[in-house]
Ligand binder design. Structure first.
Ligand SMILES: C[S@@+](CC[C@H](N)C(=O)[O-])C[C@H]1O[C@@H](n2cnc3c(N)ncnc32)[C@H](O)[C@@H]1O
Length: 191
């Protein structure tokens, strides 16, 4: 699978992205609550982790998870600048999120799923860290030709994402679109 190159960090926070996928509004739309315990899986530079941390009450944390140490260093810098103290970075393995079972109420997966080889195994690992009734919000590029984003062939379509995640036993509870370019789906762990 095509992996995001950390040299392209600037693509994760720029004017286009702030207009089309504004972080706080996106988090509100996908249903983040101030009482959530959050895992931002494949957090990149923390474009969503920092605003998510700001939306939580002080004692709740955002675990910012990434396989790239370089990305996590950037998250730590950004957290310092923003003055947030409830972001915890964890350098994870491809299929090991390094969090305890049943510890998270809100897992966020933005533009990551299309980079994963064994998606079934990856979703199983996310399900492991989610509490019962916990939610998983997936945001992905629509699988259409467009100027921005990865090539169409590298993307994962809406139907494929729904099938993959419901087959792992999570239920779809909400869906939405962002700027005609992205789809969002929220799932719940109910078993
Ligand atoms: C396109 S970036 C998206 C970053 C962030 N979610 C955002 O929307 O700004 C994809 C990120 O996923 C990370 N990643 C890829 N595979 C991963 C895995 N198996 N576990 C954790 N992070 C992963 C990459 O290192 C990269 O930082």
């Amino acid at each position: 699978m095509h992996k995001f190159d950390s040299k392209n960090k600037s693509k994760l926070d720029n004017e286009w992205r702030r207009q089309n996928l504004p972080p706080s509004k996106t988090l509100e739309r996908i249903g983040l609550k101030s009482s959530d315990a959050v895992a931002d899986i494949g957090c990149g530079i923390g474009y969503f982790s920092i605003p998510a941390a700001e939306m939580l009450t002080d004692r709740n944390k955002v675990f910012a998870l990434d396989t790239s140490e370089e990305m996590l260093t950037e998250v730590e810098k950004r957290a310092l600048v923003a003055g947030v103290t409830n972001v915890v970075t964890i350098n994870t393995e491809e299929y090991d999120l390094k969090l305890p079972d049943d510890s998270i109420t809100f897992a966020l997966l933005v533009n990551v799923l299309h980079e994963i080889n064994d998606r079934k195994r990856f979703i199983g690992e996310i399900k492991r860290i989610l509490k019962l009734e916990g939610r998983l919000a997936v945001v992905e590029w629509k699988k259409e030709d467009m100027e921005m984003g990865p090539p169409t062939g590298h993307r994962i379509g809406f139907d494929e994402t729904v099938r993959l995640i419901t087959e792992e036993g999570l239920s779809m509870i909400d869906k939405m679109e962002f700027a005609g370019a992205f789809y969002g789906i929220v799932f719940k762990k109910q078993e």
